[in-house]
Design a protein around this ligand. Sequence first.
Ligand SMILES: Nc1ncnc2c1ncn2[C@@H]1O[C@H](COP(=O)(O)OP(=O)(O)OP(=O)(O)O)[C@@H](O)[C@H]1O
Length: 380
Amino acid sequence: MLEVRNLSVIYGKHRALHGASLRVGKGEIVVILGANGAGKSTLLKAVCGICEGHVTGEVLLENTDLVGEKPHRIVEAGIALVPEGRGVFGDLTVEENLTLGAYAERARDDEAGNLHRVLSLFPKLGERRKQTVRTMSGGEQQMVAIGRAMMSNPSILALDEPSLGLSPLLCKDLFQSLRVVKQAGLGILLVEQNAKQSLRIADRGYLLENGEIVHEDDADRLANDPAVQKAYLGGGGAATGAKRPAPAAMPKATPPRPAAGPKPSDIAAAAMKSVGAPTRPAPTAAPAPKPAPVTKSAAPAPKPNTPNITDLVAKASASASRRNGAAPPPRAPAPLQPSTPSRPAQPSIPDFASSSDRLRAMIEEIEAAARRAETYKPRR
Ligand SMILES: Nc1ncnc2c1ncn2[C@@H]1O[C@H](COP(=O)(O)OP(=O)(O)OP(=O)(O)O)[C@@H](O)[C@H]1O
């Protein structure tokens, strides 16, 4: 059984992992879910002894602490890593790749037995023993990588994003292979971005945010947790954006990652404020109630507080000119008549039926401009 206690990693001054604790039992699949940069690979590398950062804490395998041990000693102890990108030798055959995996002392005595076990777990590898690995599909190569790691006869298999770059069909095969490995009695520590499929095969999972484990639960419960669905299962939130509120069991809430700069919506809101327009309400988690249906005969209700679009444009343009020190532009043309063909050209604002639609379009224009400004790189 693998038990990680209070594991922390610092790269220079950057703390990538902070006090992570987890456990993986025999015949158990445990998945670590987290956004890009959350520290998943760092955690796995620290467990396997190949982390470039400063590692503190404990990695106990059958109660023996492995922190500070050389990677090959950790393999000897019984933890094998399938690294991100597989690391297979493309010019060697399947069999040669597998044999290299039996280099560990714990595997040498029974190399033939291990090979037999791997080939019976993955019959496809047996059929392709003599095939050069680079001529195989991504999924087959991933199977070779897993088979090679298993040749060291480990008790724990650690995998870093094994489904990366695989088609949905190959992903399915891969996760099926991991089930087979689990049935062979190994513990599996799996780092994955494919939350949906990994939670399907996992027994338990941990959520890692900004280097801290913020939640642990059974895989089934995680898969049905609305916050997890939103953050990791495409349930309405971006895969890397939505944050799970720290559960009560977790003493410390994870501070939100500092934003690189103001959000486009904030810039847009500030721009609208500067021209005296009402800002769009911030979106809320609950959907806004639908307005009552408008019957055909009902006349459109007047909107007394909606600013005149022409005035808004004129004010915005004047304030921009003042900021830039330019002469004020000529006064804006007379109020727009949406349906009149002689309307002055405003190509960026479509001709909508009501001024509130136009105002919304304008806000979207400003947000788009703010987004462009955020990513703008001046030519050197
Ligand atoms: N060798 C390193 N030196 C300095 N910083 C590093 C190093 N490796 C990782 N980091 C930083 O540590 C943080 C965690 O990185 P890590 O690769 O563990 O994240 P991850 O969750 O695996 O992300 P991804 O899913 O994108 O691979 C990141 O901010 C990353 O830039």
